[in-house]
Design a protein around this ligand. Structure first.
Ligand code: GLA
Length: 386
C-alpha cells in the first residue's frame, strides 16, 4: 500500500486541510476458476497487497472533484448526473459508482477526493474493480451510508456492467470486498456463498508474472465467450431439463455432449465443467498445504484455457512453459480474462529469485517484452482506514 502520510500531505496540497476519510480496496489474482464466474461456477481468487487508496472530504454540494495520482489529472462531475464520454477515463469509474448508488436509492454526495493506486493497470489484476470498490466505500463515507460487503461488490459489478460497459462476472469485485488476509476466497458465484481458505503453503510462494502484453482483444472476445456459453446452455437444456447454466453440466454429460454439440460449444462447455471440478480440488489442496496437487491443477487449468476455451496467447503460453521448466515450480497458468496480462505460478520460495531471472530472460528474448514479477501477499478486503 502507498504510504499514507505522503498521501495526506498530497491531499492538503490539492484541497487544503485534512481528509475526513481514507478507504482502500485491493486488486486480485485468481489462483484458479477462470471464466467460470459468469457460468454460475466456482472461483478461488486472492486479494493482493496492491490496491486503490482514496482520501476524501465531504462537500456540501453535489460536485465530485477528484485528482488521480496515477494520471496526474484533476477532473470533476455532478454526483447527481454522472455521464461519460465515448472514451473511457479513470474518472468514469467514479461516475459509474455514483450512477449505480443513485439508482439503488443511496444518493451520492459531493466530495473532494484524491485517488492513488498501485495495481498495475491493464495487467488483469483488477485495477478497475479496486477503483470501483474504493469509490463505493468513498461515496458511502461521504454520504453517511453503509452497504454490506456483498451489496458493495454487487454495486461495483453493476457499475462496470451498466456504465463502463464490460459484461464482467462478480469475482473481482467480490474478492476485493470480502477477502481475508492470509486466505484465498472460495466463491460459489451462483449462491454467493463463500469460504475463506487458509493458504497453508509453507516454503512455497505465489508468483505473478506480468507478460506486459496489452490485452487488446479482451473485451470483445470476453463478451463473445459469454455468448458461446449461453448458446451451449440453450442447446444442452433442450435435452436436459434443469440445466440453466454450465454449472449444472456434469462430467458424465460431457462425452454425450461431444456428439450433440458443435465442436466449439463442446470445448467451451468442457473447459467450464472441468475447471469447476479443479477449483474445488484446488481449495482442498491449498488448505492442506499440498503444493504438488495445487500446482498440477493450475497447469491443467492453463491447458484447458489454451486448448478448449482458447483465451490464451503466445506470450502467456511462453511464460507458462518457461515457468514449468524451472526447478522448484509446482504449476503455472494464465490468470484473469486472458489474451495477455499475467500468469500465476506456484514456486518454492527459495527458487523465486532463480525463477524470476530464468523466466525473465527466456521470456524477454522470445517475445521482445520486458516482464515484471510480484510475489503475492494475500491481503484483506476493502475497508475504511480512517
Ligand atoms: C475478468 C472478469 C471476471 C472473470 C475473469 C475470467 O477478470 O472481470 O469476472 O470473468 O475475467 O475468469
Amino acid at each position: 500500500m502507498i504510504a499514507l502520510s505522503r498521501l495526506i500531505s498530497r491531499f492538503a496540497e490539492l484541497f487544503g486541510g485534512d481528509p475526513d476519510f481514507v478507504v482502500h480496496a485491493p486488486g486480485r489474482v485468481n489462483l484458479i476458476g477462470e471464466h467460470t464466474d459468469y457460468n454460475d461456477g466456482f472461483v478461488l481468487p486472492v486479494a493482493l497487497q496492491f490496491g486503490c487508496t482514496l482520501l476524501g472530504r465531504r462537500r456540501e454540494d453535489r460536485v465530485v472533484r477528484a485528482y488521480s495520482e496515477t494520471f496526474t489529472e484533476m477532473a470533476e462531475f455532478d454526483a447527481a448526473r454522472p455521464a461519460r464520454d465515448a472514451e473511457l477515463r479513470w474518472i468514469d469509474y467514479l461516475q459509474a459508482v455514483a450512477h449505480i448508488l443513485n439508482q439503488v436509492g443511496s444518493a451520492s454526495q459531493g466530495m473532494d477526493i484524491l485517488v492513488a493506486g498501485d495495481v498495475p493497470i491493464g495487467a488483469g489484476l483488477s485495477s478497475s474493480a479496486a477503483l470501483e470498490v474504493g469509490a463505493c466505500l468513498a461515496f458511502e463515507a461521504s454520504s453517511g451510508i453503509s452497504l454490506t460487503p456483498i451489496d458493495r461488490a454487487m454495486a461495483a459489478q453493476r457499475a462496470e456492467r451498466e456504465f463502463v460497459g464490460v459484461q464482467c462476472g462478480i469475482m473481482d469485485q467480490f474478492v476485493s470486498c470480502n477477502a481475508q488476509a492470509g486466505h484465498a476466497l472460495l466463491l460459489d458465484t451462483r449462491t454467493l456463498g463463500f469460504q475463506h481458505v487458509p493458504i497453508r503453503l509453507s516454503g512455497v510462494s505465489i508468483v505473478i508474472g506480468d507478460t506486459r502484453k496489452s490485452r487488446g482483444l479482451v473485451d470483445s472476445e470476453y463478451n463473445f465467450r459469454r455468448s458461446q456459453c449461453e448458446e451451449a446452455v440453450r442447446l444442452i437444456a433442450e435435452q436436459h431439463q434443469g440445466v440453466t447454466a454450465l454449472r449444472d453440466v456434469t462430467r458424465d454429460m460431457l462425452d454425450y455432449l461431444g456428439i450433440q454439440l458443435d465442436p466449439v460449444s463442446a470445448r467451451r462447455a468442457r473447459h467450464v465443467v472441468t475447471e469447476n471440478l479443479r477449483v474445488q480440488q484446488a481449495a482442498e489442496a491449498l488448505s492442506s498445504g499440498d503444493a504438488r496437487t495445487l500446482g498440477r491443477l493450475m497447469t491443467e487449468s492453463h491447458a484447458s484455457l489454451r486448448d478448449d476455451y482458447q483465451v490464451s496467447c503466445r506470450e502467456l503460453d511462453v511464460m507458462v512453459e518457461t515457468a514449468l521448466s524451472v526447478e522448484g515450480v509446482y504449476g503455472s497458468r494464465m490468470t484473469g480474462a486472458g489474451f495477455g496480462g499475467c500468469t500465476v505460478s506456484l514456486v518454492d520460495t527459495q527458487a523465486v529469485d532463480d525463477f524470476q531471472q530464468t523466466v525473465g530472460s527466456i521470456y524477454a528474448s522470445a517475445t521482445g517484452l520486458a516482464p515484471a514479477f510480484y510475489t503475492c501477499e494475500a491481503s484483506a478486503g476493502a475497508q475504511r482506514l480512517l
